[in-house]
Design a protein around this ligand. Sequence first.
Ligand code: ATP
Ligand code: MG
Ligand code: MG
Ligand code: MG
Length: 467
Amino acid sequence: MNVDQVRALYLDHLIDHQHVILDRAPLVLRDDPTTLFTGSGMQPLLPYLLGADHPSGDRLADVQPCLRSQDIEEVGDNRHTTFFEMLGNWSLGAYFKPEQIRLAWEFLVDKVGLDPNRIYVSIYSGDDGLGIPADEESAEIWRDLFAAAGITADRVDLVTEERGNDEGSDGARICGYRDKNWWSRGGGPETMPIGDPGGPDTEIFYYFPKVEHDPAYGEHPHPNSDGGQYLEIGNSVFMQFLRTDDGLAALPRRNVDFGGGLERIAAAAIDSPDVYRVSSLWPIVVKLEELSGRAYAEETPAMRVIADHVRGAVFLIADGVRPSSKEHGYVLRRLLRRAIRFAHGVGLGDGTLSTVAEVAVDIYRDAYPDIAAAREEILAALAKEERQFRRTLAKGLRELRRLGKENRPLNGSDLFTLYERFGFPVELATEEARTMGIEVTDGAREDFDTAMRRQRELSRASTTMGA
Ligand code: ATP
Ligand code: MG
Ligand code: MG
Ligand code: MG
């Protein structure tokens, strides 16, 4: 089963359950100043989850391309990409926990064909201090579904994140967490803004017994331990509380928000803990192997970074973003320059990005026709950015190595030089330094930002004077 099939199965499943399928939102949300990019299917629907009526009704679904630049440092692992597609469905007062948990189960088990024996879930374990009960309803619904599949669902509550890693939870089908399984705009129940809705969530994990557990994440592997054995494939949020002046009250209209990782579910469907093996990423990796003459097995993190960043850039450019030194454009530039740096590292020369992007454009030809429509602009923007950065990349790396020999930590002015003269985004320079074992001073980033601000003011002043 490939990504296109999983995507289609999901939408058909939701149509069968009377949902209206919405068009995807762009990656840059025009009226949302809170984040640079659409990072979940829920984000464009927030006004409706907060109470407004949606013109398409109370049962909605879509597949939303997402960009999480906050996950950039995770890229290279088996399951985080900055760009991914999120499957989403929402109930605006139409249905609640039993229907939602069953909807998700039927999709994953009956439609996609995942092995119920390898499904593990987490629930909200309650907070005595705040007087919020555990989400026993969700636990009960899960227990019944597992029981119907002949599986006994043991439950363990891991009260805090820190203690979670040390408690014996191996084999527990249902894990309760106090800190992780709660959603509101402000985070946990304590920090929920007054007047806002929120509530418990329940996450779904797929277990890969052959993956070695990384002991850095604690002795006992368990869902959410991030050790690689459990892949989070979906998450249902139940908005049932309203934060008032004196605590939590029941919300009159209860909503559901489900988000599922398309690539991760497609990976589970082919029994791969590595999301890069799915049909929307693997052809890009194969192209990289072909171009470089090197094997994915030997260049795993680098090829993952290049594949992810180029794919994300393709969608960003199609949605109107261009590389620049500010905001959205800066994130795009950062992705591209990071990809170029890694391409250089595996011996790939100028022109790599657009060659690789052609593969990505092709992958999404049917699912996202607007990508193919923007093909020429995408390839031209990538070629231009690569040409520019390639000109100074080798010199910049040489400068960084030279600075490393000075036997002192890098400061803000070093980072500014690397940016000004060699086009190194500050995050990339910092990351490179770390890889080379060069220290960076604590205040370096702040000093860099100050230098940037000063430079912008100067250039603004000179433009005004010249006008
Ligand atoms: P994780 O804990 O793995 O970082 P999350 O809890 O941050 O995931 P959610 O905000 O719950 O993710 O998003 C809904 C779903 O989207 C997740 O269950 C997961 O399947 C998928 N997802 C989230 N982040 C990524 C990512 N960086 N790459 C690929 N899929 C992702
Ligand atoms: Mg995350
Ligand atoms: Mg998570
Ligand atoms: Mg989650």
